[in-house]
Design a protein around this ligand. Structure first.
Ligand code: VGL
Ligand code: ZN
Length: 215
């Protein structure tokens, strides 16, 4: 397996490292093991990548108050219930990453990023992927990365089984070579995170245990 990286052609996507997904900030959708030491590891790896010259991007889940994914916006529905909306499957989450709220903020220094791609802003569609929402509308991330002539991506963040998986799978579909840094990703649940890793591997995504294995 050739894991050598060309810095000029490799971008980094830090997925949804936001207060509401962390235990550290007592987030509404806190993912297990997202304590200070996790954020410190993400910050250190991102700084190291930036200092080596990799181009760094972030995604940010950024919902309006009336978003379709919030259980509070559906009558007689419980949190984590799965419903059908216009023929699509929708998991009903606690309200999270509401635009303008403190816990929508990205927890690592925003100056590290060349751009922050916001997603899930349309109240009618969820968007786990940083590339497209559930209505198939592009976020602009693909064009942005290609404008920098990038063909390879290093991806990590939250959550392994939802937004990291969806972003990495769409990256592969968009023609990028993808490296996923396993210890910089945390998942909502163990079983879905395990199957997400399997699915990503099958799709051709390289699962790398720690960042020092590739840089
Ligand atoms: C995410 C659930 C709902 C994620 C976003 O970032 O993985 N999960 N919205
Ligand atoms: Zn969300």
């Amino acid at each position: 397996m050739d894991n050598s990286l060309d810095i000029d052609q490799t971008g980094v996507i830090v997925v949804d490292v936001q207060g509401d997904f962390t235990i550290l900030k007592q987030g509404s959708l806190a993912v297990q093991d997202t304590d200070q030491s996790y954020i410190d590891k993400v910050l250190a790896a991102t700084k190291q990548l930036k200092s080596k010259g990799y181009k760094i991007f972030a995604t940010q889940d950024f919902h309006p108050q009336n978003h379709v994914s919030f259980y509070t916006n559906h009558k007689n529905k419980a949190v984590y219930e799965i419903i059908e909306v216009d023929g699509r499957t929708q998991i009903l989450w606690p309200p999270h990453c509401v635009r303008g709220s403190e816990n929508a903020n990205i927890l690592i220094d925003n100056d590290l990023f060349l751009a922050i791609i916001q997603k899930g802003m349309n109240s009618k569609y969820d968007s786990y992927s940083g590339f497209f929402d559930d209505g198939g509308i592009k976020t602009g991330l693909d064009e942005l990365l290609k404008s920098y002539k990038l063909d390879t991506l290093i991806i990590y963040g939250l959550a392994t089984d939802y937004c990291v998986k969806a972003t990495a799978m769409d990256a592969i579909k968009s023609g990028f070579k993808v490296f996923l840094i396993e210890n910089l990703c945390k998942g909502v649940a163990d079983d879905t995170s395990k199957s997400a890793l399997k699915e990503m591997k099958l799709a051709g995504i390289k699962i790398i245990p720690v960042i020092s294995d590739i840089i």
